[in-house]
Design a protein around this ligand. Sequence first.
Ligand SMILES: [Zn+2]
Length: 321
Amino acid sequence: MTQTQITTPVARPSGPLNAFTVDVEDYYHVAALSSAIPRETWSGRESRVEANTERLLEILGERDIRATFFVLGWVAEHTPALVRRIAAAGHEVACHGYSHKLVYTQTPAEFRAETVRAKSCLEDTIGHSVLGYRAASFSVTRQSLWALDVLIDLGFRYDSSIFPIHHDLYGIPGSTPEPHRVAAPSGRTLAEFPMSAASFLGLQVPVSGGGYFRILPYWLTRAGLKQINEQRQRPFAFYLHPWELDPGQPRIKVGAFSRFRHYTNLSRCEARLRRVLGEFAFGSMQEALQHRGLLVESQDAMRQWPRLQAPLAHAQPLSAG
Ligand SMILES: [Zn+2]
């Protein structure tokens, strides 16, 4: 008797298409630990980004979810095979800058130079254009809106660096909370997918991933994301770092607050991630923006864009190089 292999399709949660995003950097690139980790020591540290990103690729693959990976240029230069593996698995590769320096600490010329370096490296590695940008620590703020003009000059089609909340390091409180076309100082526009916050008792609570996802109880994250999808009928942008799934990472000696931000609930993150992936509809940021009609460009430009259609089953194993 011949056995027929039956593949059960993964049940897709309903609701708006949300963007699942990963900021691909290692534990030693993080702003909260930067006071204890001089840049010159990066190359000599134990690299864990490849193994942790592979884990994320596996988890997303189990649910057939395609996401957007904002890759740090420094990581792309050091581990190009990882970037190729992300693209081969059908995900969107986007740009997380080169050096992880906050945008508002750079001059426009420095920002332009490092963004060109990161974007070219990513495009040379995957062989097609990169459309999306996310700044280190969401550092496009009122004082660094000039960065949007640089991004438009360099051919980016969307940005996801604005957090419409109050925070000690970032945020534009009161800015548009849903995906929209944002005007740069020159008057030109590009698509913006801001990070998402929910409103509880008049307080804006970031529920869209990262430290908030690990620190807040899961029920609160879930309630906030449901509020955005169901009551406000809009998609949210969710984000995570590969190191957030890695309780075994080296512990860096920093102040109590940074320790709390970086190390709380690392061991619970994977189980929570699986829950959130099962409860909401996710795609790449490019897809989510296209669903909202925010990436409307000329036919010629569209033809050059990568289409995220490579089936996950065709993903190639990671090779050295
Ligand atoms: Zn980052």
